[in-house]
Design a protein around this ligand. Sequence first.
Ligand code: SF4
Length: 341
Amino acid sequence: MKVGLYMCGGERPVSQFSLGLGYLASNCAVEDVIIEMASRSSLPGYDMIGLSANAWGMKEAYDIMKTSNVPVILGGQATLWEGCRDLGFAHVVIGEGEEALNKILRKEVSATVIEEKPMRDIDNLAFPMRGNCGKTVPVLTSRGCPYQCNFCSSKTYWHGVRFHSAEYFMKEVEYIASQYPAATELYILDDLFIAKPSRFSEIHGLWMKGGWSKRFTLESFVRSNMFTEDIGKAMKEMGFRNIRFGAESGSNRMLKLLNKQTTVEDHQRTIDIACKLKLPVSASFMHGLPGEAEEDRQATKDFIARNRGRLQVRGDYEFKAFPGTLYYSGEDLLKTDMRVR
Ligand code: SF4
């Protein structure tokens, strides 16, 4: 049997690469199954199709399912939308998919909706299939986030955070170095790479001991309330060429409403530390937030203006109420434009 895996929602930059599908492929342990990353046009050649979709990929997932004459399985954050469950997908896999896909392929499950308990030790996973990579290779060193921002579905999807050990990560770095000799950068896709400072410190030690800063630069997300000068120094030493954080707003009133658990002062401190260390720093913001008043919007503009030349703004996204968040109020993902601009 040939299974094709495809990420819905259009072409994406490496920062949004679906390593989730790569883990499904490399952790498939069913005999006589060939599992591959597919393009949209190659999907008709498979005996079964596995789709991953986020909220804005739901329409494409539905189109594929409607025009396919083989079973189509849906996974990814779009499954937080209950409306996807009775549309005609052979299976809807909620949450982690590795074990669920193995059970489906072994015909051990017949229910449409399958929800496995979150895997306890993610170090048991094989490294993901990545296909062709250029100079930048995506890496996932944890699943989920310990925070609970009201606009974010991470907590609903992952039920908290689990980490790969520092040793697992370093073995994966060695593997990437051998498999992708032309690669020069690791793009860490974690919600929050520094979420566990003790693990970060261990990774820093192993990275420096192995001389990896001569081989790879890195990029990842931090969080302004967690960022310290010591973390910044360690990141700089490791070869981080940029740090990013989700600032969302320059108004403390909005940050509180969003349950961001960070403040404008934390944002400023992060930028100041990064500038002091000559570590390029970028942040993303959101507009059109529920409860956002003109003065909040102005506070964000003022914050950006105050940091001109010191902070790169990487995105000022229009707010969308995604399923699995506090703000979701029943939008139909087949009828609503959920694309973030
Ligand atoms: S927005 Fe970022 S920090 Fe907040 S819960 Fe989501 S992943 Fe975590």
